[in-house]
Design a protein around this ligand. Sequence first.
Ligand code: URA
Length: 238
Amino acid sequence: MRINKYIASCGIASRRKAEEIILQKRVKVNGKVVEELSFNIDENNDTVEIDGVQIGLDEKEVYIVLNKPEGYITTVKDQFDRPSVLDLVGDIKERIYPIGRLDYETSGLLILTNDGDLTYKLTHPKHEVDKTYMAIVKGIPTIDEMKKFEEGLYIEDYKTAPAKIRIVKKDEEKNYAICEIKIHEGRNRQVRKMCRAIEHPVLRLRRVAMGKITLKETKVGEYRHLTKEEVEYLKGLR
Ligand code: URA
């Protein structure tokens, strides 16, 4: 894009006024003063400054929900070069980040956005939204064990807030149960640690909802954009 058009697109000045600013040698691209009005920039990669202040195109806000496969990290990259969820949303040009995280081995619902205010709000301990998981656990939890889970239990030196657990399916012969688990907090590996604390370690874990946001028909490895109503709902949570 021509530099004067870019400056205008950023809402700084008209194209003509932008040319004046360029001729006054007040514009730098990647640290170098621009001398020519015909200078072209790569708006996705170049850094543009006017009077030493970086400018940029207003990004539109993007909100998506990804059905994360197992075997992906939710951070940008790690030292083991494992695949990242960002590899699955590469066709979105805005810089989006996950709201909260899921373990490498956990699958399911992950919301990603470039709306920093919403991310801050939804991950702040005060506003944590209910998260629903389906867990395959070893053995079949008893009523007493599930009660402990619901009352809050100690993981390391921390007592968890009340959570919910219900058995959806059990197989006594194969010795496992599928449980629906709802927690309000978001501590590191919390569901896994809570299940371990009642001696029913998680064999597989999938998140199915955050508040009332669900994956709907989104297939594993794919994403969908949240609807306007869903975005309003998330912004309105307290
Ligand atoms: N709890 C866990 O233990 N793992 C997750 O990925 C999410 C919640």
